[in-house]
Design a protein around this ligand. Structure first.
Ligand code: ADP
Ligand code: NA
Length: 344
């Protein structure tokens, strides 16, 4: 709708995989194509979020660069949106502090992602004071920074996967606290725009989602994989021993259903229609061949563009510099009025 501000981010923590592509980037692209007059699209690379999991400086630098190259290669039009690195807009951290002062520790403790991530960080199965004592505060405060990211642009809509629903609820709660404390109606309460495509699962273990943090690279299809890699990974993917027609039955046939879901997303169709489209498929091997073919077709042109962009560092920097300028225009204006209503 007109006058709406759409905002979303992706972390530069590793190569983009099929889940990021279908669950986020492709959706950003579709939203952009259905662009309505007066609507602003803001997409950020969440590099400040990425440092909650420590990595080497040159690795982070490479990931920051690669993720922009992947997004552009995937087909996002940088002229129709604001694309930038979060850390280049210092107003994110400025607003984050103001919001931290309005957020209770109890609210943050209830975040399920914090619970699981802090346990992971401490590689422990006990959630007690000793474990918490060693866990970094950045992990706890991460959702406040995320709320600041969104509210900094007075965003009205946030397209995300369903793993982010709880964080978005917290964001709205922090926005209401701010409005209640300082000025009624200051921040709009941003709506969650759930990504239409279903979650993409690991090829090796379809009880888990496909994730950048998966240590097994054969569990993920990366947007930069070449046809040979795609075929190898798909061939090794876990299916089941059910004979007969291909069906979409996530409960009993998670591996096969994941494949149907991926093909459906690539065909811009529903899982039901795709399952019947696949009625010519005789066995799992043929299903895998069909899936490989769709993936190879989808990523062929993108891979060439990606390879080109990777070597064109100055182009990527130029895109981000332009995005930063536009982002800061909005951010500096909004942070000035935040300070004014707070009394800073
Ligand atoms: P990851 O979990 O791989 O580190 P991020 O946390 O950076 O990915 O998520 C970036 C975006 O990609 C989010 O909008 C998230 O909902 C989406 N996403 C991540 N993994 C998947 C998946 N397996 N299926 C669908 N969407 C996903
Ligand atoms: Na994630």
């Amino acid at each position: 709708p007109a006058n709406s501000v759409l905002f979303s981010m992706i972390q530069p923590t590793g190569r983009l995989h099929l889940g990021n592509y279908l669950g986020a980037i492709n959706n950003w692209k579709d939203l952009q194509q259905s662009q309505s007059e007066g609507c602003t699209y803001i997409y950020g690379i969440a590099d400040l979020h990425a440092i909650t999991a420590p990595s080497k400086a040159e690795e982070l630098r490479r990931n920051r660069h690669e993720v922009v190259a992947s997004i552009l290669a995937a087909g996002l039009d940088e002229n129709k949106c604001i694309l930038y690195q979060q850390s280049s807009v210092p107003e994110h951290t400025e607003l984050s502090w103001v919001l931290t002062c309005l957020t209770s520790i109890g609210q943050l403790n209830r975040m399920t992602q914090w619970k699981s991530k802090s346990l992971q960080a401490a590689s422990s199965s006990i959630f007690d004071d000793k474990v918490l004592g060693n866990t970094k505060a950045g992990l706890l405060c991460y959702p406040v920074l995320q709320a600041a990211d969104i509210l900094l642009y007075k965003s009205t809509h946030v397209p995300v996967g369903d793993d982010q629903t709880q964080h978005l609820e917290l964001c709205r709660s922090i926005a209401s606290t701010f409005n209640h404390t300082y000025q009624a109606g200051f921040f709009p309460l941003p709506k969650t725009l759930l990504t239409p495509s279903k979650k993409i699962l690991s090829l090796r273990d379809p009880s888990k989602k496909m994730s950048k943090s998966d240590p097994d690279p054969s569990a993920c299809i990366y947007v930069t994989d070449d046809p040979k890699a795609i075929m190898q990974k798909v061939r090794r993917a876990v299916t089941d021993s059910v004979q007969g027609p291909i069906t979409f039955d996530p409960e009993n046939r998670p591996g096969v259903s994941n494949m149907v879901n991926i093909i459906a997303s690539l065909r811009n169709s529903t899982v039901e229609e795709t399952a019947s489209y696949l009625s010519f498929v005789k066995d799992h091997k043929q299903l895998k061949d069909v899936l490989s073919e769709f993936l190879i077709e989808e990523f062929k042109p993108k891979r060439h563009l990606f390879d080109k962009l990777l070597t064109d560092k100055s182009y990527i920097e130029q895109v981000c510099a332009k995005g930063t300028m536009k982002a800061r225009e909005i951010a500096s204006r909004n942070i000035a009025s935040v300070k004014s209503v707070v009394g800073l």
